[in-house]
Write a protein that binds this ligand. Structure first.
Ligand code: ATP
Ligand code: MG
Length: 880
């Protein structure tokens, strides 16, 4: 059966929006493909995306009934593109109810729109529902007259956040029967079948539950409706076409590519697949670029790259060897700009970015394919069918040839790729580059000199502001000048003028970004490797940057402001030190960072506590006086006459910059606050010696000082709480506790001595008689060798007559021993050192010492008993 109304896709889109507007819905413009305020989602995949905050009650909707035609992009469907009904980029028509109407009206509106407005034959439409949903079949019956057994139950008709918490519910999908000729012919073929007969066109989602993380579902107080109707599929049905690609949304685009490839659509299955891929991907890239997605190696920029590369590869399969995507952009733009006006306004950008990326990748592809074919030839001669991992990595790393492509080409020639080998090579490379450090400075100098000779010194505009428009006049990658850079290359960028401060005079270099509509360069550091030349070091994170491009240069404001506070404070510190300690104070170095400042100066002695306090008080007085900061350029001689402080040994130009605030006057090229009040507050946190005669002061200002004081203050609160007292009483409380601790320690020591005394007595009493000599050989428990020795001496004296004592104690790592012999017995041939030696040896270690007292030990704890048993034996053998 044919459909009698031949509507264009533009008319269909409009009919949909008008229909729902007539049912009280507010028409919402399509939101961007890049979701705002939702970093968890890379690209918009459904009309519902922009409604989520309304459904979750986080934002108030402009109306309870909403409708839209939404641009969508689904990466999950990339590999399906080329079949008849799946696209990466497509338009989803939708109507939404935020706690207003529910199932009955959603079904009634859908039915009315399909059968009354579009006049689709009712007998071709098949509603499906979820098996657990008893309401939806009731409404389908009442509204459209479907008997219960004509409504297909499908388990997959459930919408919800998989494995997460959030709103969810059953859905009802409407299928269109394209006719038996499209079917698989099986008796049980029905909507939901894998074959091409039944086409899902519209999904009505009934959001009625809230699902917990553990899977528990509770009914939502306000139930929502979210529907999605694919414009391409609907157009295909209404225009009586076999595929999405035969509709008026695609035909022009397909034909454009077919003409370029000197073929036509419908001739051959293989070229048709490639033509479909080009049409879909080409359209998708135009829309991605229009919404500001720029090629990069991460996130959505990487999706852009993947789609573009796949398109270029299919272009190659079609024999296209000139850039074709940027050429086709206008066809897409002209077809779609009626509804999506951003395509027209962004036209130049879209074409530019596509052509840059396409050219770059075509080169990569050509080089890569050439090298890969040579490699395959070589391997074939060696009878190998595996591409070594290092080779695949070299193609990727040195030539940018993607691994997926190596794999694809390999497969075409019955080769495989050693993936673990590839990953290993990648890991090795990462370790190497970490070791090498970020910037290769030495080799850059030559290229930078060439840039400086060509364009002259950089104009520094950073005294007046922290952003501005500039022109790219030099690009350097790996020591060589280049015309353009693309994400994610590291590079050096030179501008004609820049607000970025280059590290000098102790003040560190600025960070920020350089951006225009084609790319973003992240400035990680700014330096002046050659006199007059300011160089931005960093990485392009998205898109492209070309020689001659205009860019907006933006310094990170907060970092710069913190740095300025610290720099102005450094001048005040210098002056305060001279005022308080005397003019012999001489600056020897300084470091001005956003987080802190450091000032080194010559002084033969540390500052006293009172001098340090005076310095802090003086600086903060100047800060409160809010002294204006003046800068003047003047001849060096004149500057020195006004008493400006200059760095000893530093070479100055004839014309110098003089920075003055109050009585502080210094020669300085750095960036400063407008007045001292902006410093906020100053605190010295440390004063140390760094070399003979050189002291260092570290200090904080502004935000850093504030955070420091807050940390200290909450530390005092926490300590007071722990010690159960008030902050004011903290000191006396600590004194009191220290006192208590001393008393307790003394008592514990006393107890320990008494306990040891008792133990030594017990040990002495247990002495055995060996040839008339009392001998103690026992294991005791003491913390260390020192206590063990003391104990040995005590036991010996407790024997009350000449004797021998050997004690052993188990420590975590080893057994320690102590042997003590009374002097009377040493004269009769006993020797503590020899006994300790024998016992130690038995323990797998050694021992030795004087005749009266000796130590030893070993690790063999199991031998402890046997080792001690040696002692009486030795006494018996050696006693004269
Ligand atoms: P399918 O299973 O066919 O991919 P889906 O279940 O993913 O569809 P939904 O998420 O319910 O589809 O999206 C609602 C409607 O959007 C679908 O009924 C269909 O008309 C359309 N749609 C979804 N994905 C695509 C796509 N990749 N290309 C074109 N249209 C699509
Ligand atoms: Mg899908």
């Amino acid at each position: 059966m044919s459909v009698d109304l031949k509507l264009t896709s533009t008319e269909i889109r409009q009919l949909f929006l008008d229909f729902f507007a007539s049912k009280g819905h507010r028409i919402m413009p399509s939101s961007s493909l890049v979701p705002r305020n939702d970093p968890t989602v890379l690209l918009t995949t459904a009309g519902m995306q922009q409604m989520i905050p309304f459904f979750l009650g986080r934002e108030t909707p402009p109306a309870l009934r909403l409708t839209s035609a939404q641009k969508c992009f689904r990466t999950t469907d990339i590999d399906k593109v080329g079949n008849e009904r799946s696209l990466t980029f497509f338009e989803m028509l939708g109507n939404f109810s935020v706690g207003d109407y529910f199932k009955r009206d959603a079904i009634a509106y859908a039915w009315e729109f399909l059968t009354q407005v579009l006049k689709l034959p009712a007998d071709r439409l098949y509603p499906t529902v979820h098996p657990e949903d008893d309401e939806a079949p009731k409404w389908w019956n009442e509204i459209a007259g479907f008997p219960d057994d004509a409504i297909v139950r499908l388990d997959e008709n459930w919408w919800g956040p998989p494995g997460a918490s959030g709103p969810c519910g059953p859905d009802s999908e409407i299928y269109y029967d394209r006719g038996v000729e499209h079917g698989c012919g099986r008796a049980d073929c029905k909507p939901g079948c894998e074959c091409e007969r039944f086409l899902e066109i519209w999904n009505l989602v009934f959001m009625q539950f809230y699902q917990d993380l553990d899977g528990t579902r509770t009914p939502l107080p306000k139930k929502n409706i979210d529907t999605g109707l694919g414009l391409e599929r609907l157009s295909m049905v209404l225009q009586g076409k076999e595929t999405d690609f035969d509709t008026d949304l695609f035909r022009h685009i397909i034909d454009h590519f077919a003409t370029l490839a000197r073929t036509s659509y419908g001739l051959n299955a293989r070229t048709d697949t490639s033509l479909r891929v080009l049409a879909d991907h080409g359209r998708a890239l135009v829309f991605l670029a229009a919404d500001g997605v720029l090629p990069s190696n991460e996130g959505r920029g990487y999706i852009f790259r993947r789609v573009l590369r796949r398109a270029v590869r299919h272009g190659k399969l079609l024999g296209l060897d000139k850039p074709f995507l940027s050429e086709a952009a206008d066809t897409v733009i002209n077809l779609m700009k009626g509804h999506y006006v951003e395509l027209a306004t962004q036209r130049d950008r879209i074409v530019e970015i596509l052509s840059l990326e396409e050219k770059k990748f075509s080169q990569t592809l050509n080089t890569g394919l050439y090298l890969l074919n040579n490699l395959l030839e070589e391997l074939r001669q060696n009878n190998s069918h595996v591409i070594p991992g290092e080779e695949a990595f070299r193609l990727y790393d040195s030539h940018g040839f993607p691994l997926e492509f190596t794999q694809e080409v390999a497969a075409e020639h019955d080769f495989t790729v050693d993936i673990p080998g590839f990953e290993k090579a990648m890991q090795l490379q990462q370790e190497r580059s970490r070791a090498a450090g970020a910037f290769t400075q030495g080799t850059d100098v030559e290229a930078l000199t060439a840039v400086l000779n060509r364009v002259g010194p950089t104009d520094f505009t950073g005294y007046e502001g922290i952003s501005g428009s500039s022109k790219v006049v030099g690009l350097i990658v790996d020591g060589a000048e280049v015309d353009s850079i693309s994400a994610p290359q590291s590079a050096l960028v030179v501008l004609d003028a820049t607000p970025f401060y280059a590290e000098s005079g102790g003040q560190i270099g600025d960070r920020g970004d350089l951006s225009n509509s084609l790319g973003i360069f992240q400035v990680e550091d700014t330096r002046r490797p050659l006199k007059g030349l300011i160089v931005h070091y960093g990485r392009i994170s998205e898109g492209y940057l070309r020689l001659g491009d205009s860019v907006q240069a933006n310094v990170v404001a907060q970092r710069r402001e913190d740095t300025m506070r610290n720099h102005s404070a450094t001048h005040l510190l210098h002056k305060a030190l001279r005022d308080i300690l005397g003019p012999q104070v001489e600056q020897r170095g300084s470091l001005v960072e956003p987080e802190r400042l450091r000032f080194d100066f010559a002084s033969s002695r540390p500052l006293t506590a009172s001098e340090l306090a005076q310095v802090d008080e003086q600086i903060n007085r100047w800060i409160r006086a809010d002294l204006p900061v003046h800068t003047n350029i003047m001849p060096l001689k004149e500057a020195l006459q006004t008493g400006a402080m200059a760095l000893f040994g530093e070479k100055y130009e004839d014309q110098v910059r003089v920075v003055s605030m109050g009585s502080s006057i210094e020669l300085c090229g750095g960036t400063h606050c407008a007045s001292t009040g902006q410093i906020g507050i100053y605190i010295t946190i440390q004063e140390t010696s760094i070399a003979a005669g050189i002291r260092r002061i570290e200090a904080l200002t502004g935000r850093g000082a504030e955070a420091y004081l807050r940390r200290r203050s909450s530390m005092v609160d926490a300590l007071s709480a722990k010690l159960q007292t008030q902050p004011e009483m903290l000191e006396s409380r600590v004194d009191q506790l220290t006192q208590e601790l001393t008393t307790l320690r003394r008592q514990v020591a006393q107890f320990q001595r008494e306990a040891a005394q008792r133990q030594t007595q017990t040990l002495a009493e247990k002495a055995q008689d060996v040839s008339g000599v009392p001998v103690v050989a026992a294991k005791v428990d003491v913390p260390d060798d020192r206590v063990l020795r003391e104990m040995g001496e005590l036991v010996l004296s407790n024997l009350n007559r000449p004797g021998v004592v050997a004690l052993a104690s188990n420590y975590p790592e080893r057994v320690g021993i102590q042997v003590s012999v009374s002097p009377e017995l040493t004269r009769r041939g006993l020797h503590a050192g020899k006994i300790a030696g024998a016992v130690g040896q038995r323990l797998g270690g050694k021992g030795g010492g004087r005749p009266e007292s000796a130590q030893g030990g070993g690790k063999n704890k199991a031998e402890l008993g046997a080792a001690l048993a040696l002692v009486p034996e030795l006494v018996k053998q050696n006693i004269g």
